[in-house]
Design a protein around this ligand. Structure first.
Ligand SMILES: Cc1cc2nc3c(=O)[nH]c(=O)nc-3n(C[C@H](O)[C@H](O)[C@H](O)COP(=O)(O)O)c2cc1C
Length: 188
């Protein structure tokens, strides 16, 4: 049982990564192997709409997305993490989502557990979380839930509130890891 975290902030060791580690540590405590793909250290180009994946189910662009395709194939659950950039996912996150069109051609993610982890300074968290949920549903994934953190400076999310009424961002992220792990185990 493997849970994959994808962090889509270009900022290394930032708030998205802090909360993702919290979620993945919780998934590990549930007995899952965990893996992380950090957009901050990868090179993923946007989809160029070449249409190759319609024919072959594979993407023709040779970059670090090829590594992520392999990681996604091996994952039972996936947590997508992104900062909010102008009310949406980061450019890195959008490139990764669009490139996952190739996986839709062969329904590679259908039936896998999913979670959304979003970090924002002030506004845009709910709509960004909804975007990720919609993307996951379009891929045939089953959404376990999400977590929200608020902050600007690196580390702000360590002490801040979550998106719900009575949890910190760290506790919400921990719960997200537990939920994705348990759903993945049930779906297997
Ligand atoms: C280009 C850019 C756009 C941003 N847009 C928003 C926004 O629309 N709403 C908001 O509340 N915060 C916005 N922020 C703040 C980030 O969401 C916030 O700093 C977050 O903690 C970054 O996460 P990270 O530490 O994982 O990079 C923006 C930051 C950047 C760099």
């Amino acid at each position: 049982m493997k849970i994959l975290g994808i962090t889509c902030s270009p900022r290394k060791n930032g708030n998205t990564e802090i909360l993702m580690h919290q979620a993945l540590d919780a998934a590990a405590k549930e007995g899952c192997a965990t893996e992380i793909f950090r957009a901050s250290e990868k090179d993923v180009a946007p989809c160029d709409a070449c249409g190759t994946c319609f024919e072959t189910g594979s993407c023709a662009i040779r970059d670090d997305m090829q590594q992520l395709y392999g990681m996604l194939d091996g994952a039972d659950g996936v947590i997508f993490g992104t900062p909010v950039y102008f009310g949406s996912v980061s450019a890195q996150g959008k490139a990764i989502m669009d490139r996952m069109f190739a996986l839709l051609q062969r329904r590679a993610l259908k039936g896998k557990a999913a979670g959304a982890l979003v970090v924002t300074r002030r506004v845009g968290a709910i709509q960004t979380r909804s975007l990720i949920y919609s993307f996951c549903i379009a891929q045939g994934m089953i959404v376990a839930g999400g977590a929200i953190g608020y902050g600007r400076e690196i580390g702000d999310v360590l002490t801040g509130v979550g998106g719900g009424i009575d949890m910190s961002a760290m506790e919400e992220s921990r719960m997200l890891g537990v939920s994705v792990a348990r759903l993945a185990q049930k779906l297997r």
